[in-house]
Each structure stands twice: as C-alpha cells, then as structure tokens.
Design a protein around this ligand. Structure first.
Ligand SMILES: Nc1ncnc2c1ncn2[C@@H]1O[C@H](COP(=O)(O)OP(=O)(O)OP(=O)(O)O)[C@@H](O)[C@H]1O
Length: 262
C-alpha cells in the first residue's frame, strides 16, 4: 500500500451558506457565504480573534453552526491539525504510535496493523524527515519535530480535505519550507487544503486562494485580489473585540456587508 500513490482527492466543493458560528450562542463569525472548490489550496487570514480557528473547528465538525449551513463535507473525510497549544503532549506515547494513529480508520476495520501500515508509517516519517525518531517519546521533541510528527500523521490520514490551524507558528524557516512542500503535494494530488496563517508573505508565495475574515468575510478569491492594503484596512476597521454579550445576530442575510467582497 502506498499512501502517496492512492492519495484521496476531494470530490466536491464545500459550500458555506450564510454561516454564523459562535460560543454559548454568542457569534464569533457572521454571515459567511463562500464556496471552497474541490482541490483548492486556500489560506484563511485576519486579525487576532477574527474567527479563523472557529471556522476551522466548524469545518472539522467540532462546533455546530448557530445559523446557516455547511454543504459538501458530508461524504468527504476531513483531517485536521489543531493549533499547537490545543494538543496535550504529556501523554506517554512514542513517535511511531502517534503517527500510526493516522491509520485508525483502516486499523479499526482490521483490528491490527499490517506490514503495509508499518511501511506507510515509515514512508510518512521519511517524508517529514523524521526517520530514526520512531521510539522517541513525543514529550521529548522540539516544537519543529513535533509539528513534523503531526504532519506525518496527517499523511497517513490521507483525507481528501485537510484543515490546518496555524501549522507554521512554532517552526523555523527550514521546517516551514519542508512542510509547505507537503501542502503543495497534497494540492497537486487534488486534496482540498485550508490553512489558517498569519504570515502574509507566505500566503502570497504559496496560496492561490485566500479568505480574509474579520468576524465577517471581507474578501475571498485569488490571493492577489484579496490581500490588498484597502481590504486589510477594512478588516482592521471591521474587527472589534469579541463581545460576550453580543446578540445572536442583528442583521438579516440579505443586507449588504460592510467591506468589499472580491
Ligand atoms: N471556546 C470558546 N468559548 C468562548 N469564546 C471563544 C472560544 N473560542 C474562541 N472564542 C472567541 O471567539 C472569537 C474568535 O476566536 P478564534 O479563535 O476563532 O479567532 P482567531 O481568528 O483564530 O484568532 P487568533 O488569530 O488570535 O488565533 C474570539 O473573540 C475568542 O475569544
């Protein structure tokens, strides 16, 4: 079995219809209506607290929409990389077993690992440059090594839709370049890849599509059209601190949004 040669492609677009997301009934993302085409490599950018992670959590099925709907994910498997601080590394498990977790959907059916699974794990570790680390405890790894482990697990998950929340926030330039290369390979295989990022130079260099979010969508589409000074300025103006007492929603979907959508 080669997870590189039988890479699963995304088979449908993801459509967000007037999506409102939030916590304890208070909205963090309002009225988001966009289409993420199958096989897109898309960055999600915006100021702190703009709702980027909230959107990723909703796409991953971790939170349910307060309003609107998400279509096109029902039949597709999703693999996600949460923000680093969201992951507990004190669990006593070594690198190999951690990466093997990416195969749970296959192993669950068989009830055991096969030689092909072990080979796939070996190839994934080779792809992220971590051969020789198999027996290391995950609590002993540097931030960059740990991120490579999480990417190796994603390789084995081999989902058609990949969601990554700030995948390069704790890693150096060399590691970032290696991992960006992986995103490009997934994109070339036809996977849909959506990543939250703060490094706009990296977004411009590597992501054809971008969504600029500031609790509401400011612009989305081709990265060069979205990341203009005017749109970024609008994002900063639109963005307010999260108000825990904010009402559920005070605007009907038909009203125009402040801010130009590309
Ligand atoms: N579990 C939660 N409970 C209540 N409020 C939350 C929760 N998670 C996030 N929020 C709030 O929702 C808003 C959007 O948060 P989110 O983490 O989605 O923003 P972000 O754009 O990813 O920010 P950053 O760039 O700082 O990571 C913020 O005001 C945040 O405080």
């Amino acid at each position: 079995m080669s997870h590189r040669t039988n890479a699963l492609q995304a088979d449908s677009a993801i459509n967000l219809h007037d999506l409102t997301l939030g916590y304890a009934r208070h909205p963090a993302v309002h009225h988001l209506s966009i289409t993420i085409a199958a096989g897109t490599l898309m960055a999600v950018v915006g100021p702190n607290g703009a709702g980027k992670s909230t959107l990723i959590k909703a796409l991953a099925g971790g939170i349910q929409p307060m309003g609107g709907r998400i279509e096109g994910l029902e039949r597709q498997r999703v693999a996600g990389l949460p923000q680093q601080p969201d992951i507990d590394r004190s669990f006593p498990i070594n690198v190999r077993d951690m990466v093997m977790q990416g195969l749970w959907h296959e192993v669950r059916a068989l009830g055991r690992y096969t030689a092909a699974h072990r080979e796939a794990c070996h190839m994934a570790l080779a792809e992220v440059g971590l051969l020789g680390f198999e027996k290391r405890g995950i609590d002993s790894l540097s931030g960059g090594q740990w991120q490579r482990v999480l990417f190796a697990r994603l390789i084995l998950q081999n989902a058609p839709v990949m969601l990554l929340d700030e995948p390069f926030s704790a890693v150096d330039q060399r590691t970032t370049e290696d991992l960006v290369g992986l995103l490009h390979r997934w994109h070339a295989c036809g996977k849909t890849v959506v990543a939250v990022l703060h490094d706009l130079a990296l977004v411009r260099a590597h992501f054809p599509q971008t969504l600029l979010l500031a609790r509401e969508p400011i612009a989305w589409g081709a990265t060069g059209d979205v990341l203009t000074p005017a749109n970024w300025q609008r994002a900063l103006l639109m963005h307010e601190p999260f108000d825990k007492e904010a009402p559920l929603c005070d605007r009907s979907p038909s009203q125009p949004m402040a801010g130009a959508m590309a």
